[in-house]
Design a protein around this ligand. Structure first.
Ligand code: SF4
Length: 477
């Protein structure tokens, strides 16, 4: 069944590299759908469960559903849809901060240029090698490299650091996919970064509310709202079709930001016929020399609700949740929305080799709440019946828009995603797990093998699992 885009007509027509947010339109949709009837909410849920993308208006209906019983129905539907689209897979990655020099002065960030307490560091080649080896020795295969916004971190610098990371091989360790979180570039510069073999290019708009945006970004290149908003259009123009968007929840009204994220998705679909690869929605956390302004702080109730709404609204887009969130919140929303998490995260500069217990906010961007190691996260995922995955197959088989395939090509998950997740899990168990974790992990793999009706395919999968036990690595479909 093909993807059902919802070709909506907006006040601002979608054009490549042109701003598209109309704030009045967003608020009109939110106000026009206040106090939706139970029937209307259930009608929208049914549409989502029919694998149809929700319109901005339908998303506004779910946002305005405040009856606790209806919110539970929204979460239950999100859980059902997530399992249909993603099965039990949870993709794992780790962030690696390359440099915290920055010319911007974002009021919410520890790296802001006016923060003289922040210790500035840019990783050398040896530092990168040390950090990546440390990450590989825990079992990671997918990284996101993070940069402050500074002329020193230009396209060539980013491309060089990506190549450095791919070049680090330690024992059976290697990084197979490198994503980027960095400043918006122009089309030619994106081509340089693309050439280095990146996966996703991530840019968070932070807030889609222009007045708030200009208030929290008063100086530096980041003060240009439209340049940032169209940043990933230029990436697409340069041939980077895996892009990641995000909003920093707590700067402005979360209902507006969720609508802004959806409007951004609709813009990509309208102009590039492909939605974003991922959506992130980090909640504001304290940072060096900063306290959080509580005005727009998002409660756990609203946060868990909005994740379920996003899952229903964009069923085929990866939803990322990071260690900003505490373990209990993460464990809850893994059930019905999230498809990617980080594990064993340390965001201090050169943090993966410092082994500090306490966070040093004067050497990192913000406070994190989940300090579990990768092996602890793996153990809990397996314990809760999830399949941790380090899969990078589609990216390396050049199966672009793989989320579409997962969604639109019947059986794609069963044929590629689930078995590849099991193969990467087996690698992890052989190279990085202790005996208890290995036993639990292989018990899960055995259970999962029971779900394969096609004996020929099952044999191929078992054969590869055996080869991994014999020492082969990097086997995938
Ligand atoms: S949010 Fe990014 S651009 Fe803004 S101060 Fe922090 S590192 Fe710089």
């Amino acid at each position: 069944m093909a993807i059902v885009y919802n070709p909506q007509k907006y006040k601002i027509e979608d054009k490549p590299m042109q701003a598209f947010i109309d704030e009045d339109e967003i608020w009109q949709l939110l106000h026009a759908n206040e106090d939706p009837t139970i029937e209307r909410v259930r009608e929208v849920i049914a549409k989502a469960l029919n694998k149809e993308r929700l319109s901005l208006e339908e998303t506004a209906v779910l946002i305005n559903a405040n009856d606790p019983a209806l919110i539970e129905e929204i979460k239950a539907a999100a859980k059902e849809l997530k399992e249909r689209v993603y099965g039990k897979r949870i993709v794992l990655f780790a962030p690696l901060y390359i440099g915290n020099l920055c010319i911007n002065d974002c009021t919410y960030c520890g790296f802001r240029t006016s923060n003289k307490k922040q210790k500035r560091t840019t990783l050398t080649k040896d530092d990168v090698v040390d950090q990546v080896k440390a990450l590989e020795d825990t079992g990671h295969k997918r990284l996101i490299l993070v940069y402050g916004e500074h002329p020193r971190y230009d396209a060539n610098f980013i491309a060089e650091s990506v190549k450095m990371v791919y070049g680090v091989k330690h024992k059976n360790g290697e990084i197979r996919r490198v994503n980027i979180n960095a400043a918006p570039l122009d089309v030619e510069d994106y081509k340089i970064v693309k050439e280095a073999g990146i996966g996703t290019y991530q840019i968070f708009q932070e807030t889609y509310h222009k007045e708030t945006y200009e208030k929290v970004h008063q100086s530096g290149t980041k003060k240009h709202y439209d340049w940032r908003l169209t940043g990933l259009d230029r990436a697409q123009e340069a041939g980077i079709d895996d892009v990641g968007i995000g909003a920093l929840l707590g700067l402005y009204d979360w209902r507006f930001e969720v609508m802004g994220l959806l409007r951004h998705v609709n813009h990509f679909e309208a102009v590039y016929n492909v939605g974003p690869h991922t959506i992130s929605f980090p909640r504001l956390q304290s940072a060096s020399g900063l306290n959080i302004d509580p005005k727009y702080q998002v409660s756990d109730e609203d946060f868990t609700k909005l994740v379920a709404i996003l899952r229903l609204a964009v069923p085929y887009t990866g939803l990322i949740l990071t260690a900003r969130e505490p373990g209990d919140i993460r464990d809850e929303i893994l059930e019905y929305g999230i498809s990617q998490i980080d594990g064993g995260t340390n965001i201090e500069m050169k943090g993966y080799t410092s082994h500090k217990e306490e966070q040093d906010l004067d050497h990192e961007q913000f406070q994190i709440s989940d300090n579990r190691s990768l092996s602890e996260v793996m153990s809990e995922l397996v314990g809760n019946g999830f399949i941790p995955s380090f899969c990078t197959a589609c990216y390396r088989r050049n199966r672009t828009g793989e989320h579409f395939m997962e969604f639109s090509v019947p059986g794609f998950i069963k044929r590629f995603c689930q078995p590849n997740a099991l193969l990467t899990l087996a690698e992890y168990l052989e190279d990085y797990a202790d005996e208890t974790a290995k036993e639990k992990g292989y018990a899960l793999i055995k259970d999962e093998l029971g779900n394969y009706e096609d004996p020929k395919f099952k044999d191929k999968l078992i054969e590869r699992l055996e080869k991994i036990k014999q020492g082969e690595r990097d086997l995938y479909f």
